[in-house]
Every structure is written in C-alpha cells, then in structure tokens.
Design a protein around this ligand. Structure first.
Ligand code: PEP
Ligand code: MN
Length: 360
C-alpha cells in the first residue's frame, strides 16, 4: 500500500499522538466542554465524536445526526483541533465532506462488510481526506487489510488502522479481546501503515485502560483513539469506558515512553543476551526434533503390535508430571500445558503418518 507517513499530515509535537472525544455527541454544550478540556492536552490533536451511532438494538440513542456536524465545526474553529466522525454509508460521507470534517472513520460494524466499505471508498474517491479504519468485530485480519486496500485503491494514502479489539466467545476481562498478535501481524504486513489503539472499546471499563495503553506503546503502536466525556456517568453511550479530560491527563502523565534503541553500551549488552537466546533456541529445536524421532519410533512399534495411537492414561500422567516439574522451575502451568499440547498434537500426527505409511 502507498501510505503517507503520519508525521507528514499531523504535526505530532508530543508523544503519544492522541485522538479523543466522546463516544457520542449529545448536546452542543457537552461537545464544547469536552473539546475545550481536551484541547488543553498537548498530545491531543484530533477531536472525535460519533453522530450516527450504530446500535445493536433499535430504540437506543442513535446519535444526534447532521446537527452534530455544526457542533464539530465550532470545535474546529474554537479549539484548532482537527475533527473526525464515523461514517457508515455514502450519505454520511457526503454530509461530513460538506461540513468540512477533517478526517473520516469507518467503524468495526461497517468494516466487516466489503460491500459497505467499497461504497464508502467510492464516495470518498477524489476527495483528499484521511480515513481511520477500525478492525472488524471478528478477528479477521484479511477483512481489515481489505478495507484499507479498498480505500488505498481509491487514491487515499493518509490512512490509519485503529485496533479496537475483537468480539470473543469466551469471557475475558476485556469488552473486546485485544489479541495483540493481529495488529502485530498487520504491522509486519504493512510496515508503513500507522496503527493506533482504541483502549476504550478494548477495555469496556476505565480501570483496564492505563495498562492497556502502556502495553500498546511497548508494542510500538503509533497512538491512541480514546473516548472522553465531560461527565461519563451521564453519557448516553459507553458510559463505563469514558474518561474525563482530567483523567486522561493523569493517565498520560503515568505512561512510560520507551525508545526503540538505546546507546552503544545498551546495544552491546542486548546483543550478548540475544546470542544466548539464539543458542538456547537452537538447542530447543534440536531437542524437539530428537523427541519427535523417539515418538515416531514408538509409532512404528505400536503399528507392528496393532496398538492404538492415543494412550490417554499415559498422556494424563505425563502432563501432570511435567506441569509439576515446570512449576518447580518457575514456569507457569498455562505455559507448560500449551507447550505440551502442541508437542503432543505434532507427535500424534507423526504416529498417524506412520500408521498410514506403506512401510511395515
Ligand atoms: C465508537 O468509536 O464509538 C464505535 C462505535 O466504535 P467501534 O466501531 O470500534 O465499535
Ligand atoms: Mn463508543
């Protein structure tokens, strides 16, 4: 993808780069008070507010609609912040463009649908406006990339991916599971693409937000989109996850900004430790290969004696013993179990291959 570096189009004077504002614009006063509070935070460069809200069930507050665009114009004029709104169809795009909105964003519920994304991309084509693309609700990296590519193909080069977590069938402490491996893989596939995180929708509550932001920064994410409301308790949407501008200031003050590299001495020490890791990994792979060879030999022996592959009693006993040994060495139960399961799965596959082979 042909991507314009973030620093070329937003003057980032203070780290981290922040987009903030209420989940929903509710009243002109709420919008203005929140915006004035946020404008005093040097990291905040863009003001967000949803005016067309995608709601799971009808009857809930669906946003103030077009009148909210006027309030955003006022924010822009009186605070100097750039402004962004969520667009979910070509009509939203047209109205946002007519009102001089600076940046558009496409929400998680829209990104799941390639038809919707394509229609929006076509409506934006020819207009020189940056777009934020949230990840789809489900952990589907291809759909996320696909949406970014559809926009890029329409000539939009000022793009930012927004990681807002994924719906997950298991109960987790998060509203949307972060599954960090997905944004990390996106970074690997599209190294020039800026990726920011939306800790509000990942966490679903204020308490988890600071640690989640720190983790994102440690993973070299490029900034934040965080919901802020002048009075979160009275918010009409997402009240548990919004922070006041004062709380945001406090959160920022406690963040640790780490550098990607340190001086020569630091690099030398790091190099020594890394070569130690390389050596250990080599040994680890060697041991795993040798273990698999023994497993294969057992498979041949079982085949010759017409014995089944899966021996549950042996597996249960082995798991128990290894977990106990691992815990004694300071490794967690979850880690050992995951490792054993993966090794076991590969071992079973080896033995299946032996059983299916023509050799005796
Ligand atoms: C939002 O940012 O308010 C929103 C609706 O987010 P998402 O599309 O990530 O659910
Ligand atoms: Mn929200």
């Amino acid at each position: 993808m042909d991507i314009e570096p973030l620093g070329n189009w937003i003057p980032i004077s203070h780290q981290p780069f922040i987009i903030s504002g209420p989940c929903s614009a509710e009243t002109e006063q709420q919008v203005m008070e929140t915006a004035l509070g946020l404008a005093a935070i040097p990291q905040v460069k863009v003001f967000r507010a949803g005016i067309w809200k995608p709601r799971t069930r009808p009857g809930a507050f669906e946003g103030v609609g077009t009148q909210g665009l006027k309030w955003l114009q006022r924010v822009k004029k009186e605070t100097g912040l750039l402004v962004t709104v969520e667009v979910a169809n070509p009509r939203h795009v047209e109205e946002a463009l007519d009102h001089g909105i600076d940046i558009l964003w496409i929400g998680a519920r829209t990104v799941v649908n390639p038809f919707a994304v394509q229609e929006i991309a076509e409506a934006i084509a020819g207009h020189d406006i940056p777009v934020l693309v949230k990840n789809p609700l489900n952990p589907d990296l291809k759909a996320w990339m696909g949406a970014l590519e559809r926009l890029n193909q329409m000539g939009i080069t000022r793009l930012i991916a927004v990681h807002r977590g994924f719906s997950f069938f298991n109960r987790t402490p998060y509203r949307n599971a972060p599954m960090w491996e997905i944004p990390i893989e996106l970074k690997r596939l599209a190294p020039n693409l800026p990726i920011i995180i939306d800790p509000s929708h990942i966490c679903g509550n204020r308490e988890l937000i600071p640690a989640t932001i720190q983790k994102a920064l440690d993973l070299e994410m490029n900034g934040l989109m965080i919901e802020s409301h002048i009075n979160p308790a009275k918010a009409l949407t997402d009240k548990n996850q919004q922070v006041t501008p004062a709380q945001l200031t406090e959160i920022i003050s406690k963040l640790i900004l780490r550098r990607e590299t340190g001086g020569v001495e630091f690099e030398a020490k790091l190099e020594t430790l890394r070569s130690e890791i390389d050596k250990l990994d080599e040994e680890l792979i060697d041991i795993l290969a040798r273990r698999m060879n023994v497993v294969q030999e057992i498979g041949t022996y079982k085949k010759a004696n017409k014995i089944t592959i899966l021996q549950l009693k042996r597996w249960n006993q082995l798991t128990r013993e290894r977990i106990e040994a691992g815990i004694k060495m300071g490794l967690s139960r979850e880690f050992i179990l995951k490792l054993l399961e993966s090794v076991h799965e590969e071992g079973i596959q080896r033995q299946i291959d032996v059983m299916n082979s023509d050799e005796p």
